[in-house]
Design a protein around this ligand. Structure first.
Ligand code: G4P
Length: 536
Protein backbone atom coordinates (compact mmCIF):
# COMPACT_ATOMS: atom_id res chain seq x y z
CA UNK A 1 0.00 0.00 0.00
CA UNK A 2 3.03 2.26 0.16
CA UNK A 3 2.29 3.46 -3.36
CA UNK A 4 -0.84 5.14 -1.98
CA UNK A 5 1.10 7.45 0.27
CA UNK A 6 3.32 8.53 -2.55
CA UNK A 7 0.82 9.00 -5.34
CA UNK A 8 2.45 12.32 -6.10
CA UNK A 9 0.96 14.54 -8.74
CA UNK A 10 4.32 16.18 -9.01
CA UNK A 11 7.50 14.47 -7.88
CA UNK A 12 8.95 17.59 -6.25
CA UNK A 13 6.37 18.39 -3.62
CA UNK A 14 7.11 20.53 -0.63
CA UNK A 15 7.55 18.74 2.69
CA UNK A 16 4.28 20.39 3.73
CA UNK A 17 2.39 18.95 0.75
CA UNK A 18 3.86 15.53 1.51
CA UNK A 19 2.60 15.72 5.11
CA UNK A 20 -0.85 16.85 3.96
CA UNK A 21 -1.15 14.12 1.36
CA UNK A 22 -0.58 11.34 3.87
CA UNK A 23 -3.34 12.45 6.22
CA UNK A 24 -6.85 11.01 6.38
CA UNK A 25 -9.18 12.65 8.88
CA UNK A 26 -12.44 10.79 9.36
CA UNK A 27 -15.27 9.93 11.73
CA UNK A 28 -17.45 6.88 12.13
CA UNK A 29 -21.17 7.44 11.86
CA UNK A 30 -23.60 4.79 13.03
CA UNK A 31 -26.64 4.00 15.10
CA UNK A 32 -25.94 2.82 18.68
CA UNK A 33 -24.95 -0.87 18.80
CA UNK A 34 -24.02 -1.17 15.13
CA UNK A 35 -20.42 -1.80 16.22
CA UNK A 36 -18.64 1.56 16.17
CA UNK A 37 -16.67 0.93 19.36
CA UNK A 38 -15.64 -2.53 18.24
CA UNK A 39 -14.59 -1.26 14.83
CA UNK A 40 -12.65 1.62 16.40
CA UNK A 41 -10.72 -0.82 18.56
CA UNK A 42 -9.86 -2.95 15.58
CA UNK A 43 -8.78 0.02 13.48
CA UNK A 44 -6.50 1.16 16.28
CA UNK A 45 -5.01 -2.31 16.50
CA UNK A 46 -3.88 -1.90 12.92
CA UNK A 47 -2.08 1.25 13.97
CA UNK A 48 -0.42 -0.62 16.81
CA UNK A 49 -2.27 1.38 19.43
CA UNK A 50 -3.16 -1.57 21.58
CA UNK A 51 -3.29 0.28 24.88
CA UNK A 52 -5.63 2.85 23.51
CA UNK A 53 -7.86 0.14 22.11
CA UNK A 54 -8.22 -1.05 25.71
CA UNK A 55 -9.33 2.44 26.67
CA UNK A 56 -11.94 2.52 23.96
CA UNK A 57 -13.35 -0.60 25.51
CA UNK A 58 -13.48 1.17 28.85
CA UNK A 59 -15.52 3.85 27.18
CA UNK A 60 -17.94 1.23 25.91
CA UNK A 61 -18.60 0.24 29.50
CA UNK A 62 -19.82 3.64 30.55
CA UNK A 63 -23.06 3.38 28.67
CA UNK A 64 -25.47 3.70 31.50
CA UNK A 65 -24.04 6.82 33.01
CA UNK A 66 -26.39 9.26 31.37
CA UNK A 67 -27.62 10.97 34.49
CA UNK A 68 -24.37 10.81 36.40
CA UNK A 69 -22.48 13.53 34.68
CA UNK A 70 -19.65 13.84 37.16
CA UNK A 71 -18.96 10.19 36.67
CA UNK A 72 -18.91 10.69 32.96
CA UNK A 73 -16.49 13.53 33.39
CA UNK A 74 -14.22 11.50 35.62
CA UNK A 75 -14.14 8.94 32.91
CA UNK A 76 -13.53 11.69 30.40
CA UNK A 77 -9.89 11.24 31.35
CA UNK A 78 -10.30 8.63 28.68
CA UNK A 79 -12.68 10.58 26.57
CA UNK A 80 -10.40 13.60 26.24
CA UNK A 81 -7.89 11.26 24.72
CA UNK A 82 -10.37 9.35 22.68
CA UNK A 83 -11.97 12.47 21.21
CA UNK A 84 -9.23 12.17 18.63
CA UNK A 85 -7.33 9.03 17.89
CA UNK A 86 -4.35 9.34 15.64
CA UNK A 87 -2.57 6.31 14.33
CA UNK A 88 -0.14 5.57 11.55
CA UNK A 89 -0.54 2.72 9.16
CA UNK A 90 1.52 1.98 6.07
CA UNK A 91 2.92 5.47 5.89
CA UNK A 92 -0.43 7.22 6.30
CA UNK A 93 -1.59 9.22 9.28
CA UNK A 94 -5.21 8.50 10.23
CA UNK A 95 -7.06 10.92 12.49
CA UNK A 96 -10.22 9.28 13.78
CA UNK A 97 -12.50 11.82 15.43
CA UNK A 98 -14.90 10.36 17.94
CA UNK A 99 -18.55 11.17 17.53
CA UNK A 100 -20.12 10.19 20.83
CA UNK A 101 -22.90 7.70 20.36
CA UNK A 102 -25.55 6.45 22.74
CA UNK A 103 -26.92 8.95 25.21
CA UNK A 104 -23.96 11.25 24.67
CA UNK A 105 -25.60 12.42 21.48
CA UNK A 106 -25.31 16.17 21.27
CA UNK A 107 -24.35 19.08 19.11
CA UNK A 108 -20.73 18.01 19.58
CA UNK A 109 -21.52 15.04 17.42
CA UNK A 110 -22.73 17.24 14.59
CA UNK A 111 -19.88 19.70 14.89
CA UNK A 112 -17.26 17.01 14.88
CA UNK A 113 -18.43 16.17 11.39
CA UNK A 114 -17.39 19.66 10.28
CA UNK A 115 -13.80 18.75 11.14
CA UNK A 116 -13.50 15.58 9.05
CA UNK A 117 -12.83 14.97 5.36
CA UNK A 118 -14.61 11.64 5.13
CA UNK A 119 -16.76 9.30 7.19
CA UNK A 120 -17.19 5.57 7.64
CA UNK A 121 -20.84 4.59 7.90
CA UNK A 122 -21.24 1.41 9.94
CA UNK A 123 -24.44 -0.51 9.34
CA UNK A 124 -25.66 -3.52 11.29
CA UNK A 125 -26.34 -6.13 8.60
CA UNK A 126 -29.45 -7.32 10.42
CA UNK A 127 -30.91 -3.83 10.75
CA UNK A 128 -29.94 -1.70 7.77
CA UNK A 129 -30.17 2.08 7.90
CA UNK A 130 -31.33 3.21 11.34
CA UNK A 131 -32.48 6.60 12.59
CA UNK A 132 -29.22 7.96 14.00
CA UNK A 133 -27.22 6.84 10.99
CA UNK A 134 -29.61 8.64 8.74
CA UNK A 135 -29.44 11.83 10.74
CA UNK A 136 -25.65 11.85 10.82
CA UNK A 137 -25.59 11.02 7.14
CA UNK A 138 -27.67 14.11 6.44
CA UNK A 139 -25.12 16.26 8.24
CA UNK A 140 -22.37 14.69 6.11
CA UNK A 141 -24.36 15.42 3.00
CA UNK A 142 -24.69 19.09 3.94
CA UNK A 143 -20.93 19.28 3.57
CA UNK A 144 -20.53 16.73 0.74
CA UNK A 145 -18.44 14.51 2.97
CA UNK A 146 -17.61 11.27 1.15
CA UNK A 147 -18.83 8.11 2.87
CA UNK A 148 -17.34 4.64 2.95
CA UNK A 149 -19.80 1.97 4.06
CA UNK A 150 -18.96 -0.95 6.34
CA UNK A 151 -21.73 -3.51 6.67
CA UNK A 152 -20.98 -5.13 9.99
CA UNK A 153 -21.96 -8.31 11.85
CA UNK A 154 -21.87 -10.51 8.76
CA UNK A 155 -21.01 -13.39 11.08
CA UNK A 156 -24.64 -13.28 12.24
CA UNK A 157 -27.95 -13.61 10.48
CA UNK A 158 -28.31 -10.63 8.20
CA UNK A 159 -30.91 -9.12 5.96
CA UNK A 160 -30.72 -9.87 2.26
CA UNK A 161 -27.57 -8.16 1.01
CA UNK A 162 -29.06 -6.83 -2.23
CA UNK A 163 -31.91 -5.42 -0.20
CA UNK A 164 -29.44 -3.64 2.12
CA UNK A 165 -27.71 -1.97 -0.80
CA UNK A 166 -31.05 -1.05 -2.30
CA UNK A 167 -32.03 0.55 1.00
CA UNK A 168 -28.86 2.68 1.04
CA UNK A 169 -29.52 3.79 -2.51
CA UNK A 170 -33.17 4.62 -1.93
CA UNK A 171 -33.24 6.09 1.55
CA UNK A 172 -29.99 8.05 1.29
CA UNK A 173 -30.00 8.71 -2.46
CA UNK A 174 -26.47 7.37 -2.56
CA UNK A 175 -25.13 5.03 -5.25
CA UNK A 176 -23.33 1.92 -3.97
CA UNK A 177 -20.39 -0.02 -5.31
CA UNK A 178 -19.66 -3.25 -3.43
CA UNK A 179 -15.89 -3.62 -3.13
CA UNK A 180 -16.23 -6.98 -1.38
CA UNK A 181 -19.11 -9.42 -1.26
CA UNK A 182 -20.03 -11.89 1.48
CA UNK A 183 -19.76 -15.59 0.69
CA UNK A 184 -22.22 -17.56 2.80
CA UNK A 185 -24.49 -15.94 5.34
CA UNK A 186 -24.94 -16.01 9.08
CA UNK A 187 -23.45 -19.15 10.60
CA UNK A 188 -22.25 -20.22 7.17
CA UNK A 189 -20.42 -16.94 6.50
CA UNK A 190 -17.10 -18.03 5.07
CA UNK A 191 -15.49 -14.78 4.06
CA UNK A 192 -15.61 -12.14 1.37
CA UNK A 193 -15.03 -12.13 -2.34
CA UNK A 194 -12.85 -9.31 -3.63
CA UNK A 195 -15.05 -7.79 -6.33
CA UNK A 196 -12.20 -5.73 -7.79
CA UNK A 197 -9.34 -8.24 -7.86
CA UNK A 198 -11.20 -11.54 -7.52
CA UNK A 199 -10.38 -14.22 -4.95
CA UNK A 200 -11.98 -15.03 -1.66
CA UNK A 201 -10.56 -14.08 1.73
CA UNK A 202 -11.57 -16.55 4.37
CA UNK A 203 -12.89 -15.66 7.79
CA UNK A 204 -10.79 -18.38 9.30
CA UNK A 205 -7.17 -17.36 8.80
CA UNK A 206 -5.79 -14.29 7.12
CA UNK A 207 -8.84 -12.15 7.84
CA UNK A 208 -6.92 -9.53 9.74
CA UNK A 209 -4.36 -8.94 7.06
CA UNK A 210 -4.61 -6.39 4.33
CA UNK A 211 -3.28 -7.05 0.87
CA UNK A 212 -4.30 -9.66 -1.65
CA UNK A 213 -7.14 -11.98 -0.78
CA UNK A 214 -6.34 -15.63 -0.55
CA UNK A 215 -7.00 -17.06 -3.97
CA UNK A 216 -9.52 -19.76 -3.30
CA UNK A 217 -11.28 -21.41 -6.19
CA UNK A 218 -15.01 -21.09 -5.76
CA UNK A 219 -15.35 -24.86 -6.23
CA UNK A 220 -13.08 -25.40 -3.24
CA UNK A 221 -15.45 -23.50 -1.03
CA UNK A 222 -17.74 -26.50 -0.95
CA UNK A 223 -15.03 -28.45 0.85
CA UNK A 224 -15.03 -25.84 3.59
CA UNK A 225 -18.74 -25.81 4.13
CA UNK A 226 -21.09 -28.48 2.91
CA UNK A 227 -24.09 -26.18 3.38
CA UNK A 228 -22.89 -23.85 0.67
CA UNK A 229 -24.67 -23.99 -2.66
CA UNK A 230 -21.63 -23.37 -4.82
CA UNK A 231 -23.45 -22.80 -8.07
CA UNK A 232 -25.70 -20.24 -6.40
CA UNK A 233 -22.60 -18.48 -5.02
CA UNK A 234 -21.09 -18.46 -8.50
CA UNK A 235 -24.23 -16.99 -10.02
CA UNK A 236 -24.43 -14.35 -7.32
CA UNK A 237 -20.81 -13.29 -7.73
CA UNK A 238 -21.27 -13.09 -11.46
CA UNK A 239 -24.30 -10.91 -10.99
CA UNK A 240 -22.48 -8.65 -8.51
CA UNK A 241 -19.47 -8.29 -10.78
CA UNK A 242 -21.55 -7.54 -13.84
CA UNK A 243 -24.40 -5.52 -12.41
CA UNK A 244 -22.64 -3.35 -9.83
CA UNK A 245 -21.90 0.24 -10.64
CA UNK A 246 -18.21 0.63 -11.26
CA UNK A 247 -16.39 2.58 -8.56
CA UNK A 248 -15.84 6.18 -9.60
CA UNK A 249 -13.52 8.21 -7.46
CA UNK A 250 -15.05 11.55 -8.43
CA UNK A 251 -18.60 10.43 -7.63
CA UNK A 252 -17.35 9.17 -4.25
CA UNK A 253 -15.44 12.35 -3.47
CA UNK A 254 -18.50 14.43 -4.33
CA UNK A 255 -20.60 12.36 -1.95
CA UNK A 256 -22.79 10.65 -4.57
CA UNK A 257 -21.41 7.13 -4.35
CA UNK A 258 -20.25 4.92 -1.51
CA UNK A 259 -17.89 1.97 -1.76
CA UNK A 260 -19.26 -0.86 0.38
CA UNK A 261 -17.23 -3.34 2.43
CA UNK A 262 -18.65 -6.31 4.32
CA UNK A 263 -17.18 -7.74 7.48
CA UNK A 264 -17.31 -8.47 11.14
CA UNK A 265 -15.66 -5.99 13.46
CA UNK A 266 -15.93 -8.47 16.30
CA UNK A 267 -14.00 -11.08 14.36
CA UNK A 268 -11.62 -8.43 12.99
CA UNK A 269 -12.69 -9.40 9.51
CA UNK A 270 -12.90 -6.96 6.63
CA UNK A 271 -11.39 -4.19 8.76
CA UNK A 272 -8.13 -4.30 6.83
CA UNK A 273 -10.00 -3.91 3.54
CA UNK A 274 -11.84 -0.94 4.98
CA UNK A 275 -8.64 0.71 6.16
CA UNK A 276 -7.04 0.08 2.80
CA UNK A 277 -10.07 1.66 1.12
CA UNK A 278 -9.81 4.70 3.40
CA UNK A 279 -6.15 5.10 2.51
CA UNK A 280 -6.74 4.70 -1.18
CA UNK A 281 -9.96 6.61 -1.74
CA UNK A 282 -10.67 8.97 1.16
CA UNK A 283 -9.55 12.49 0.37
CA UNK A 284 -6.59 14.16 1.96
CA UNK A 285 -7.37 17.31 3.98
CA UNK A 286 -9.60 19.53 1.91
CA UNK A 287 -9.44 23.26 1.31
CA UNK A 288 -11.64 25.12 3.79
CA UNK A 289 -13.94 28.03 3.07
CA UNK A 290 -13.41 31.24 4.96
CA UNK A 291 -15.18 34.58 4.76
CA UNK A 292 -12.24 35.97 2.75
CA UNK A 293 -10.95 33.15 0.59
CA UNK A 294 -10.62 29.43 0.23
CA UNK A 295 -7.73 28.24 2.39
CA UNK A 296 -5.72 25.43 0.80
CA UNK A 297 -4.36 22.72 3.07
CA UNK A 298 -0.90 23.32 1.63
CA UNK A 299 -1.00 27.07 2.31
CA UNK A 300 2.22 27.61 4.32
CA UNK A 301 0.65 29.81 6.99
CA UNK A 302 -0.97 28.05 9.92
CA UNK A 303 -4.73 28.27 10.33
CA UNK A 304 -7.21 26.28 12.41
CA UNK A 305 -10.76 26.37 13.73
CA UNK A 306 -12.22 25.28 17.05
CA UNK A 307 -15.01 22.70 16.70
CA UNK A 308 -15.29 21.34 20.20
CA UNK A 309 -14.63 22.45 23.75
CA UNK A 310 -14.13 20.04 26.57
CA UNK A 311 -14.34 21.32 30.14
CA UNK A 312 -11.86 19.93 32.54
CA UNK A 313 -12.90 17.52 35.24
CA UNK A 314 -11.75 19.64 38.15
CA UNK A 315 -14.40 22.21 39.06
CA UNK A 316 -11.79 24.30 40.94
CA UNK A 317 -9.83 24.92 37.79
CA UNK A 318 -11.83 26.55 35.09
CA UNK A 319 -9.61 25.30 32.34
CA UNK A 320 -10.87 23.89 29.11
CA UNK A 321 -9.45 22.10 26.17
CA UNK A 322 -10.44 23.51 22.82
CA UNK A 323 -10.15 21.03 19.97
CA UNK A 324 -8.93 22.74 16.85
CA UNK A 325 -8.65 21.30 13.40
CA UNK A 326 -5.62 22.46 11.47
CA UNK A 327 -6.58 23.71 8.03
CA UNK A 328 -3.22 24.83 6.66
CA UNK A 329 0.43 25.31 7.48
CA UNK A 330 2.22 23.82 10.44
CA UNK A 331 1.42 24.23 14.11
CA UNK A 332 4.36 23.80 16.43
CA UNK A 333 4.62 23.94 20.15
CA UNK A 334 5.31 27.42 21.45
CA UNK A 335 4.19 29.35 18.39
CA UNK A 336 1.91 32.37 18.67
CA UNK A 337 -1.44 32.40 16.94
CA UNK A 338 -3.90 35.19 16.32
CA UNK A 339 -7.40 34.67 17.63
CA UNK A 340 -9.25 36.47 14.87
CA UNK A 341 -12.45 37.18 16.83
CA UNK A 342 -10.60 39.32 19.39
CA UNK A 343 -7.57 40.24 17.29
CA UNK A 344 -5.36 39.18 20.18
CA UNK A 345 -2.30 37.03 20.07
CA UNK A 346 -2.39 33.69 21.85
CA UNK A 347 0.67 31.61 22.70
CA UNK A 348 0.24 27.94 21.91
CA UNK A 349 2.59 26.91 24.67
CA UNK A 350 1.16 23.52 25.47
CA UNK A 351 -0.95 22.17 22.65
CA UNK A 352 -1.82 18.52 23.08
CA UNK A 353 -1.23 16.09 20.28
CA UNK A 354 -3.04 12.84 20.04
CA UNK A 355 -0.74 10.22 18.66
CA UNK A 356 -2.00 6.90 19.83
CA UNK A 357 1.29 5.10 19.78
CA UNK A 358 3.54 7.56 21.50
CA UNK A 359 2.07 10.91 22.29
CA UNK A 360 5.40 12.42 23.21
CA UNK A 361 6.87 12.18 19.73
CA UNK A 362 4.57 14.68 18.13
CA UNK A 363 5.22 18.33 18.61
CA UNK A 364 3.97 19.62 15.33
CA UNK A 365 0.74 19.21 13.44
CA UNK A 366 -0.40 19.70 9.85
CA UNK A 367 -3.66 20.25 7.99
CA UNK A 368 -6.13 17.52 8.92
CA UNK A 369 -4.64 17.05 12.39
CA UNK A 370 -6.47 18.00 15.55
CA UNK A 371 -4.77 19.57 18.55
CA UNK A 372 -6.12 20.21 22.02
CA UNK A 373 -5.45 23.73 23.25
CA UNK A 374 -5.77 24.27 27.00
CA UNK A 375 -7.29 27.68 27.83
CA UNK A 376 -9.35 29.42 30.47
CA UNK A 377 -12.39 30.29 28.44
CA UNK A 378 -10.59 32.37 25.81
CA UNK A 379 -11.57 30.10 22.96
CA UNK A 380 -15.12 29.62 21.68
CA UNK A 381 -16.69 27.15 19.34
CA UNK A 382 -16.18 28.34 15.78
CA UNK A 383 -13.11 30.48 16.58
CA UNK A 384 -10.44 30.84 13.91
CA UNK A 385 -6.73 30.88 14.72
CA UNK A 386 -4.23 32.15 12.15
CA UNK A 387 -0.63 33.21 11.85
CA UNK A 388 -1.71 36.85 11.69
CA UNK A 389 -4.22 36.92 8.84
CA UNK A 390 -7.75 38.22 9.27
CA UNK A 391 -10.26 35.67 8.08
CA UNK A 392 -12.82 33.45 9.72
CA UNK A 393 -13.61 29.92 8.70
CA UNK A 394 -17.24 29.37 7.92
CA UNK A 395 -19.22 26.20 8.26
CA UNK A 396 -19.01 25.32 11.95
CA UNK A 397 -22.75 25.22 12.44
CA UNK A 398 -25.27 25.53 15.21
CA UNK A 399 -28.25 23.27 14.71
CA UNK A 400 -31.78 24.20 15.67
CA UNK A 401 -32.45 22.57 19.04
CA UNK A 402 -34.75 19.60 19.32
CA UNK A 403 -35.50 20.25 22.97
CA UNK A 404 -36.26 23.73 24.35
CA UNK A 405 -36.55 24.38 28.09
CA UNK A 406 -36.92 27.38 30.34
CA UNK A 407 -34.30 27.70 33.06
CA UNK A 408 -35.76 28.25 36.50
CA UNK A 409 -33.46 29.51 39.19
CA UNK A 410 -34.25 28.37 42.72
CA UNK A 411 -32.50 31.43 44.14
CA UNK A 412 -33.82 34.55 42.40
CA UNK A 413 -30.94 36.67 43.80
CA UNK A 414 -28.53 34.95 41.47
CA UNK A 415 -30.08 36.03 38.18
CA UNK A 416 -27.02 38.03 37.09
CA UNK A 417 -24.70 35.15 37.84
CA UNK A 418 -26.94 32.82 35.87
CA UNK A 419 -26.81 35.15 32.90
CA UNK A 420 -23.02 35.10 32.92
CA UNK A 421 -22.89 31.36 33.40
CA UNK A 422 -25.29 30.70 30.53
CA UNK A 423 -23.26 32.99 28.28
CA UNK A 424 -20.13 30.99 29.12
CA UNK A 425 -21.88 27.64 28.61
CA UNK A 426 -23.24 28.69 25.24
CA UNK A 427 -19.82 29.92 24.10
CA UNK A 428 -18.49 26.50 24.98
CA UNK A 429 -21.26 24.87 22.98
CA UNK A 430 -22.77 23.03 25.96
CA UNK A 431 -26.21 24.44 25.18
CA UNK A 432 -27.72 27.19 23.09
CA UNK A 433 -29.20 30.10 24.97
CA UNK A 434 -32.10 32.18 23.71
CA UNK A 435 -33.03 35.41 25.46
CA UNK A 436 -36.64 36.39 24.77
CA UNK A 437 -37.06 40.01 23.72
CA UNK A 438 -40.05 40.39 26.03
CA UNK A 439 -37.79 39.97 29.06
CA UNK A 440 -38.99 36.48 30.01
CA UNK A 441 -36.37 34.16 31.58
CA UNK A 442 -33.81 32.63 29.22
CA UNK A 443 -34.54 29.50 27.27
CA UNK A 444 -31.98 26.83 26.57
CA UNK A 445 -32.02 24.64 23.51
CA UNK A 446 -30.24 21.32 22.98
CA UNK A 447 -30.04 18.60 20.39
CA UNK A 448 -29.58 15.75 22.89
CA UNK A 449 -31.03 15.39 26.40
CA UNK A 450 -27.62 14.71 27.93
CA UNK A 451 -26.70 18.32 27.26
CA UNK A 452 -29.32 19.40 29.81
CA UNK A 453 -27.89 17.04 32.44
CA UNK A 454 -24.44 18.39 31.76
CA UNK A 455 -25.64 21.99 32.02
CA UNK A 456 -27.41 21.36 35.33
CA UNK A 457 -24.44 19.56 36.84
CA UNK A 458 -21.97 22.20 35.70
CA UNK A 459 -24.05 25.16 36.83
CA UNK A 460 -24.22 23.54 40.23
CA UNK A 461 -20.58 22.44 40.49
CA UNK A 462 -18.87 25.44 38.91
CA UNK A 463 -21.20 28.34 39.68
CA UNK A 464 -23.16 27.08 42.73
CA UNK A 465 -26.33 27.71 40.79
CA UNK A 466 -29.02 25.12 41.37
CA UNK A 467 -31.47 25.23 38.49
CA UNK A 468 -34.48 23.34 37.25
CA UNK A 469 -35.76 23.09 33.71
CA UNK A 470 -39.36 23.74 32.86
CA UNK A 471 -41.20 22.79 29.73
CA UNK A 472 -41.65 25.98 27.80
CA UNK A 473 -44.56 27.05 25.67
CA UNK A 474 -42.06 26.99 22.81
CA UNK A 475 -40.72 23.83 21.26
CA UNK A 476 -38.94 25.04 18.16
CA UNK A 477 -36.39 27.72 17.34
CA UNK A 478 -35.41 29.01 13.92
CA UNK A 479 -32.89 31.67 12.97
CA UNK A 480 -34.60 34.39 10.98
CA UNK A 481 -33.10 36.68 8.41
CA UNK A 482 -34.11 38.68 5.37
CA UNK A 483 -32.38 40.43 2.53
CA UNK A 484 -34.69 43.32 3.26
CA UNK A 485 -33.83 44.77 6.66
CA UNK A 486 -37.19 46.55 6.87
CA UNK A 487 -39.11 43.32 6.37
CA UNK A 488 -37.19 41.69 9.18
CA UNK A 489 -37.83 44.63 11.52
CA UNK A 490 -41.54 44.54 10.70
CA UNK A 491 -41.71 40.80 11.32
CA UNK A 492 -39.85 41.13 14.63
CA UNK A 493 -42.10 44.00 15.75
CA UNK A 494 -45.23 42.02 14.92
CA UNK A 495 -44.03 38.90 16.77
CA UNK A 496 -42.13 40.29 19.77
CA UNK A 497 -43.39 37.67 22.20
CA UNK A 498 -41.94 34.93 19.97
CA UNK A 499 -38.57 36.53 19.28
CA UNK A 500 -35.36 35.86 21.17
CA UNK A 501 -31.67 36.66 20.71
CA UNK A 502 -29.06 33.94 20.52
CA UNK A 503 -25.57 34.15 21.99
CA UNK A 504 -24.37 36.38 19.16
CA UNK A 505 -27.44 38.63 19.33
CA UNK A 506 -28.93 37.15 16.16
CA UNK A 507 -32.74 36.99 16.10
CA UNK A 508 -34.52 33.69 16.56
CA UNK A 509 -38.20 32.91 16.05
CA UNK A 510 -39.68 30.62 18.69
CA UNK A 511 -42.67 28.49 17.76
CA UNK A 512 -45.06 26.37 19.77
CA UNK A 513 -44.97 23.55 17.28
CA UNK A 514 -44.50 22.68 13.63
CA UNK A 515 -48.00 23.82 12.81
CA UNK A 516 -47.43 27.33 14.16
CA UNK A 517 -44.06 27.50 12.48
CA UNK A 518 -45.54 26.51 9.13
CA UNK A 519 -48.41 28.94 9.57
CA UNK A 520 -46.09 31.85 10.39
CA UNK A 521 -43.61 30.96 7.69
CA UNK A 522 -46.29 30.95 5.01
CA UNK A 523 -47.33 34.44 5.96
CA UNK A 524 -43.86 35.89 6.48
CA UNK A 525 -42.96 36.79 2.95
CA UNK A 526 -39.27 37.52 2.40
CA UNK A 527 -38.20 36.05 5.76
CA UNK A 528 -35.85 33.07 5.85
CA UNK A 529 -36.29 30.52 8.66
CA UNK A 530 -33.09 28.50 9.07
CA UNK A 531 -32.54 25.42 11.18
CA UNK A 532 -28.77 25.60 10.80
CA UNK A 533 -26.64 28.62 11.53
CA UNK A 534 -22.98 29.10 10.77
CA UNK A 535 -21.01 30.07 13.83
CA UNK A 536 -18.92 33.08 12.93
P1 G4P B 1 -21.53 0.80 19.21
O1 G4P B 1 -20.22 1.36 19.66
O2 G4P B 1 -21.85 1.12 17.79
O3 G4P B 1 -22.67 1.08 20.10
O4 G4P B 1 -21.40 -0.79 19.20
P2 G4P B 1 -20.39 -1.77 19.91
O5 G4P B 1 -19.09 -1.79 19.20
O6 G4P B 1 -20.37 -1.49 21.38
O7 G4P B 1 -21.12 -3.14 19.61
C1 G4P B 1 -22.43 -3.40 20.04
C2 G4P B 1 -22.59 -4.90 20.26
O8 G4P B 1 -22.43 -5.57 19.01
C3 G4P B 1 -21.54 -5.50 21.18
O9 G4P B 1 -22.13 -6.57 21.85
C4 G4P B 1 -20.50 -6.02 20.21
O10 G4P B 1 -19.72 -7.06 20.75
C5 G4P B 1 -21.38 -6.52 19.09
N1 G4P B 1 -20.68 -6.55 17.80
C6 G4P B 1 -19.93 -5.59 17.22
N2 G4P B 1 -19.47 -6.00 16.03
C7 G4P B 1 -19.92 -7.24 15.85
C8 G4P B 1 -19.77 -8.20 14.80
O11 G4P B 1 -19.12 -7.99 13.80
N3 G4P B 1 -20.42 -9.38 14.97
C9 G4P B 1 -21.16 -9.68 16.08
N4 G4P B 1 -21.74 -10.87 16.15
N5 G4P B 1 -21.31 -8.80 17.09
C10 G4P B 1 -20.71 -7.60 16.97
P3 G4P B 1 -22.66 -6.46 23.33
O12 G4P B 1 -23.08 -7.81 23.73
O13 G4P B 1 -23.67 -5.37 23.42
O14 G4P B 1 -21.45 -5.93 24.09
P4 G4P B 1 -20.21 -6.76 24.63
O15 G4P B 1 -20.70 -7.35 25.87
O16 G4P B 1 -19.83 -7.75 23.59
O17 G4P B 1 -19.16 -5.70 24.84
Amino acid sequence: MSDIATTAESPARSPLAAEVSRRRTFAIISHPDAGKTTLTEKLLLFGGAINLAGQVKAKGERRNTRSDWMKIERERGISVVTSVMTFEFEGLVFNLLDTPGHEDFSEDTYRTLTAVDSAVMVIDAAKGIEARTRKLFEVCRLRDIPIITFINKMDRESRDVFELLDEIEKTLALDTTPMTWPVGRGRDFLGTYDVVDGGVRLLEGGGAKTGAAQQIEIAELAKLNANLDVSAVKDELELVTEASKPFELDAFREGHLTPVYFGSALRNFGVGDLLEGLGKFAPEPRAQESDQRKVEATDPRMSAFVFKIQANMDPNHRDRIAFARLCSGKLSRGMKAKLVRTGKSMPLSSPQFFFAQDRSVADEAFAGDVVGIPNHGTLRIGDTLTEGEDFNFVGVPSFAPEIVRRVRLTDAMKAKKLKEALQQMSEEGVVQVFRPRDGAPALVGVVGALQLDVLKARLDAEYSLPVEFEVSEFQLARWISSEDRKKLDTFVAANTSSIADDVDGDPVYLARNEFYLGYTRERAEGIEFANVKDVK
